[in-house]
Design a binder for this molecule. Sequence first.
Ligand code: ADP
Ligand code: 5GP
Length: 211
Amino acid sequence: MYMRFFSRFFSAMAGPRPVVFSGPSGAGKSTLLKKLMKEYDNVFGFSVSHTTRNPRPGEVNGKDYHYVTREEMKAGVERGDFIESAEFSGNMYGTSKAAVQKVQAQNLICILDVDMQGVKNIKETDLNPLYISIQPPSMEVLENRLRDRKTESEESLQKRLRAAKVDMEIGKEPGVFDVIIVNDNLEDAYKVLKSALNEEIDQVKKTNMSS
Ligand code: ADP
Ligand code: 5GP
């Protein structure tokens, strides 16, 4: 029943193949995605997730996330508004059907940024995305990046590092991700990312130019 519902939901919205990004918090997903969206704003669209965490300085409600209370989020999940949702580092996160639909309606490649639970749950749907993992060069570098970002309390930082260890192990299992990118030097990682998406980018450019 559940699966049949998702089948109908997504088959009604054929468009370019979405791309799911995952990888440990602090690996550089947002940095790489922002670069990509800036260079190709008419090719990619970001699926704006919901979260119960507080906005970080510079983050914008409705652009980076929809910031909601736990009560609002739970009610949305109960109503069936979400494709997937997960608890991460003490907060709820989720991808709404509306967020994906909004991007796909513009014939753009829908980008999702989700944790490993999101990856697993999306694999149970008919979304059929390309799965890309962004990995840090090492746990030490990851910890330094998270500390230097200065967005996390010590408790949140430790939770994220614990989750990262688990995620990095699962991510190495064959078949989980289509592409694994180690984000050591940013420009090099960005080049690898662009080449992994080259065909999809060309396809969308062609389609959107002729329509
Ligand atoms: P994520 O979205 O995966 O949690 P961010 O994009 O916020 O990670 O990156 C974490 C921190 O590391 C940010 O402060 C960012 O500026 C920095 N960063 C990202 N990529 C690199 C890189 N290749 N080299 C050095 N610092 C980086
Ligand atoms: P952050 O708080 O650093 O923005 O995100 C923490 C983690 O939550 C990251 O691993 C990010 O990929 C993940 N995340 C963000 N949005 C979603 C979502 O909609 N669903 C799931 N499952 N994870 C998400």
